[in-house]
Structures are given as structure tokens and as C-alpha cells.
Design a binder for this molecule. Sequence first.
Ligand SMILES: Nc1ncnc2c1ncn2[C@@H]1O[C@H](COP(=O)(O)OP(=O)(O)OP(=O)(O)O)[C@@H](O)[C@H]1O
Length: 341
Amino acid sequence: MTQTPYVTAPSPSGRDGIVVTGLRRSFGDVHAVRDMTFTARPGRVTALIGPNGAGKTTLLLMLATLLAPDAGTLSVAGHDPVTSPGAVRRATGWMPDVLGSWNALSVRRAIETTALLYGMTAERARERAEELITLVSLEDIASAQTRSLSRGQKQRLSLARALVHDPSVLLLDEPASGLDPAARVALRELVRGLARDGRTVLVSSHVLAELEELADDAVFVEQGSTVSAERLARAASSARPWRIRTTGSPELLPQALADLQVPAAAVSTVGDSLLVAVSGEDSAADLLAGLVHRGVRVSTFAPAVGDFERTFLDLDRHSDPAERSGPGGDGPLDPHTGDVR
Ligand SMILES: Nc1ncnc2c1ncn2[C@@H]1O[C@H](COP(=O)(O)OP(=O)(O)OP(=O)(O)O)[C@@H](O)[C@H]1O
């Protein structure tokens, strides 16, 4: 995707972002969304993180006016999706996890048609389609029928359609799914640029590694409920593994760790690294200073996993098993696949 996105200043209503309070939605006796409360702020990318079945898509559908809540309040760009769906749709770009497209239309015509549905003139719709085709790098297949697109190409078309009316709020459900590594990097740059211009971006994914570099903020969801700030703080303060690699004499590091009275149970070996469980950034800084002081030549000293992943795994460790029966998310999340283990 190109680095020169077509973006204009978002509408002033974008200043309001997304505000969700006490949201609930059930399907029969399946409580997909039990109690969600969070804010996604303009100018920032907010990650919606949770295992399969946690209620992310159900939430996004309610924000996009496509599903009515049973209880709670919602505000999108200052409008209520229940009472003002038209205003919310004008302000919101929605990228679903699976593209529903007009199979026989070309990529170009599909975007033009979306633009016409948003009330643009035929000429403006043609211009807008070209802008977006360039933006998401679909130039080579602009004339191809959408039925022939690969999954990754469909994702790009879906994003282009979400951006047609230059929305101030973007709801992206698994946007990187099916993209190759280069396209993922381009998507990240594009989405970050859209947020920098003042848009509110809410991105759902269960692949945490993907979200680490994309998002500014995170909302964690488990079994239909957002995780409280208190539980997040508890998770953040618990011991986490740091990866340490050294050059030079291999016995120096274990010796220095012993001198620093790091318990043997806190140390494990993975490949050519040691993983050391450390509580908090200050302790990590002290440990690094201690190693260097003892002459250890440290070449790598970093958290073994990303922040989102660590927090999610810690949440799982600290959760009450009695609370863990629900419509989904019954086991810990595999941070790479997002599957429940
Ligand atoms: N229309 C529906 N009818 C019945 N149950 C539903 C419906 N939509 C969702 N559910 C159930 O609600 C729960 C939450 O589903 P949802 O799709 O919101 O989760 P998700 O977090 O988006 O999951 P994933 O990461 O797998 O996409 C699941 O148990 C799902 O089976």
C-alpha cells in the first residue's frame, strides 16, 4: 500500500470517539456481550483484544448500527447508534472480518458503487475510487472482478470501502487477516496515519503480536466483559520473563545471576538465551545494571513477549476458574494464533 494516503481532516464530531458503558447483548441463552465499558479516543488506535468468542465482533456490530444492544449506552462520534443510526453510519467506516462484495463487479466499480451509495456524484465517485485504489495498492487488479481476489486483496478492498466517505471513526475487524508481511507493514502505516489525523480507530484482533506495534491503547475482553483497570494493574505488576543473551564467556551470566541472588526457579534456558522472571521495569533496570557491573557482556535484554501478550497471559493466570465458563474463551489464549488452548 502506498505511503501517501488520501486523507482530509475528520469531521469535528470525531473528537468524541467511542464511549461504551455497561453494554449487554445476548443471543438466546448465549451472553455474547455481558458487561462492556470502555472509551476509544480520537487520534489513537485502540486494540480490542480477546480470545475467540469473547464478544468482539458482537460489540463491533453494535457500534456499526448493525445489531441492537439489550442494555447499556453507546456513543460513536457523539451519536447513539440506536437512536441516530444514520449519523453514526456517516461518521463510521466499518471493515468486517469477511468482505461481503458484489462478485461480478470490478474492484474499481465496487468502490465507485459504495461511493455512490454514500451520495457522491458519479464524477466524484470515480475520483474517489482511483484515490483509494492507489491508497491500498490495488492498481494492478483494479479491473478484476472481486470474485477473483485473494483473501489479502479482499481485505484491502474492504479497507478501501470503509474509507470511501472519509469517516472520523474506523471499526476494523481483523484487518490484517490474510495480508502478507509487507502488506501488514503498509496497513500499519496507513492505519497509524489515519489515527494521527485525528480519527478514532478501534481494531479487533486475537493475534496480539500484530497489534503490539499498531495500537496506542488496549481494551481487553474476556467472556463478553471488559477487564477492569484493577485487574489490568494487577497483571501489569506481576513477574514477567525477560530474555537475556550475552557474548563472551557463557558461564559468567549464570554466575552473576547467582551473585545477584536471583532464585534458580526464576531462570530458564531457551535456545541461546536465559529467561529470567522479573517483577516490574525498575527491577529489570537493576538487574541489567548488576549484570553489567559484574562484567557480563549483555547483547540482548528485553521482555520475552510483547506487552499485550504478557498482560493477556497474566490476566488468564490471575482469573478465577469459576468465572471462566461462558460462551467462549474457556481456556488461555494462544497469542500467536488467538485460539483458545
Ligand atoms: N447471531 C448469533 N447467534 C447466536 N450466537 C452468536 C451469534 N453471534 C455471536 N454468537 C456467539 O456469541 C459469542 C461471541 O461471538 P463473537 O463473534 O462476538 O466473538 P469474537 O470475540 O468476535 O470471536 P472471534 O475472535 O472468533 O471472531 C460466541 O459464543 C458466538 O458463538
